[in-house]
Design a binder for this molecule. Structure first.
Ligand SMILES: Cc1ncc(COP(=O)(O)O)c(C=O)c1O
Ligand SMILES: N[C@@H](CCOP(=O)(O)O)C(=O)O
Length: 503
């Protein structure tokens, strides 16, 4: 096993490629390993501690295998395939023996050395972990907005005031990102691979998805940057205006349908099996390779200390598995010695996983999801149900749910402590609150809540709440503006009242 090199390595500088990138700043990095694409040859120029080359390295590689099944079946990542022979889910399996040629310290040092750099593509939070994501792709084929590296916010006031003196509470702001949600992490990987496949003359005319808003925004932005047509199926009147305008602005072919997300998902699966359109939903396991880097990033941000809990809102249920996979790879490759307990949080109006958990994982039945302010997780028949169950059962996990009143109140309270979170983050905060109340999560437990989208995508929900304009909700934390005449005395009156209240 090789130990950490004296210097960090980067692939050799390539001249700027003909394709479009969001971020074009490329500098010639200190080259100690040369990775080429297809297959990746690591020429034996890796500097060891003493500067001597380490010979005979296995190349890093990955392939599709059936998810959680013992079989010889496998496929190249250059194949266009979403399901195993038996119709089950697929997973991207890395050559762990190749990765294990380097110890945990080596990987920690390497990943840390890339944070905040402009060197293409390693400054991205996703591509800084390229060897663990898509090791065989050529850097020139990557479409990146330097996604990831999102803020891990110490929610000091929220934890101390609203969660019984919790002092080690953190919010991972995955929504502070190029298109305003964690979907960018997976989409950079998927669209980069499509870019590669198209250059290989694979018959792909475009990329398509069903969406509750965020997947379509990410898909259309990355496709627009690559010059690849994108097609998005949206449930009419079920996503926010801010989400709807994103694919429109990015030039996607937007199909608005009188159905729900599950109806759109069923159709896109049928269409992509007939037409040369690549499926971009998280049924496609490539997406999860990018999303898993958020878990690695959390460990990195804690200086490779493992939090006790990570709470994630769940809808189509790819992300909970992506987090599990990121943590698990870090454990298996020796970067950390354990993984956190995972909590998946659902809206009570769209809670098939919660019901399944409550049944002791006995029977899974899809539900008809009803309207929820957490509209991006209004999903009744999640494609990644098997992945989610696997992630939760292997991390001593828990599932919780939140009612509309609970999630909107939690969002409002979080905002009042300086955040500006989406309703889905509200769902996760409710799960935390319930687990704190039951004493499952302790006061000093280090806990991370994953915030999945930017609050600015959900301003209408916030406006309705603060205007107390929501039927059946008391909106008890509403903070409507005070309307007052433009008159010195009137302003003094309201201000005096306010100052007396807060002092
Ligand atoms: C904002 C937001 N939060 C949470 C989720 C849930 O993620 P997943 O579908 O991977 O469970 C989604 C999408 O489904 C989302 O858009
Ligand atoms: N919330 C998602 C729903 C689809 O999830 P995906 O991860 O399978 O693409 C969205 O924003 O569309």
């Amino acid at each position: 096993m090789a130990s950490a090199p004296a210097t960090t390595f980067f692939p050799k500088y390539h001249p700027p490629p003909p394709c479009h990138h969001f971020h074009n700043l490329r500098s010639s990095p200190p080259t100690t390993i040369k990775c080429t694409s297809s297959p990746p040859i690591i020429t034996a120029t890796t500097a060891g501690d003493n500067g001597h080359p380490i010979p005979s390295l296995l190349p890093f590689s990955a392939k599709y295998v059936p998810f959680n099944a013992v079989t010889d079946e496998s496929y190249s990542l250059d194949d266009i395939i979403y399901r195993s022979r038996s119709g089950g889910l697929l997973d991207v399996q890395h050559d762990m023996n190749a990765l294990k040629q380097f110890d945990g310290k080596y990987w920690r040092t390497l990943f840390d050395s890339r944070v905040g750099r402009t060197t293409w593509p390693y400054g991205s939070g996703v591509w800084s972990k390229k060897e663990w994501v898509l090791p065989e792709i050529d850097n020139d084929d990557i479409i990146s907005a330097f996604e990831g590296n999102s803020n891990l916010f110490w929610a000091e006031r929220y934890g101390k005031h609203y969660l019984g003196g919790m002092n080690d509470l953190w919010v991972k702001h995955c929504g502070i990102s190029h298109t305003g949600s964690f979907k960018d992490l997976g989409m950079t990987v998927l669209v980069s691979q499509v870019n590669r496949l198209r250059k290989m003359n694979k018959p792909l005319v475009g990329v398509g998805c069903a969406s509750t808003g965020d997947t379509s925004a990410a898909l259309s932005a990355y496709c627009a940057a690559a010059g690849i047509p994108s097609i998005v199926f949206l449930p009419a009147n079920k996503i926010s205006m801010a989400q709807l305008v994103q694919p429109i602005a990015n030039g996607a072919f937007v199909v608005s349908m009188d159905t729900d997300f599950d109806g759109c998902m069923k159709l896109i699966r049928e269409i992509t099996s007939e037409l040369p359109i690549y499926l971009a939903n998280s049924l496609n396991s490539l997406r999860l390779e990018g999303q898993k880097t958020a878990a690695i990033e959390i460990l990195q941000q804690f200086n490779w200390e493992v939090p006790d809990w990570v709470i994630i809102p769940g809808g189509n249920l790819g992300n909970i598995y992506a987090f599990y996979k990121g943590f698990k790879m870090c454990q298996e490759l020796g970067l950390v010695d354990r993984i956190p307990r995972l909590v998946c949080a659902q809206s009570a109006n769209a809670n098939p996983l919660y019901l399944h958990y409550k049944s002791g994982w006995k029977n899974f039945s899809p539900v008809k999801a009803s309207t929820t302010f957490a509209s991006a997780i209004q999903i009744g028949d999640p494609v990644s149900i098997d992945r989610a169950v696997y992630a939760l059962t292997n991390s001593d996990g828990i599932v919780e749910e939140a009612t509309e009143e609970e999630l909107m109140d939690a969002m409002a309270v979080a905002d009042s402590t300086g955040m500006f979170v989406c309703p889905h983050t509200g769902v996760a905060l409710v799960a935390l609150m319930k687990l704190r109340e039951r004493g499952v999560i302790g006061k000093t437990d280090r806990t991370v809540v994953v915030s999945t989208a930017h609050g600015l995508k959900f301003t209408q929900a916030k406006i309705d709440y603060h205007s107390k304009a929501i039927e059946d909700l008391s909106c008890k934390f509403a903070n409507p503006p005070v309307e007052v005449a433009a008159d010195y005395g009137a302003v003094m009156d309201v201000l005096t009242k306010y100052l007396n209240k807060v002092s």
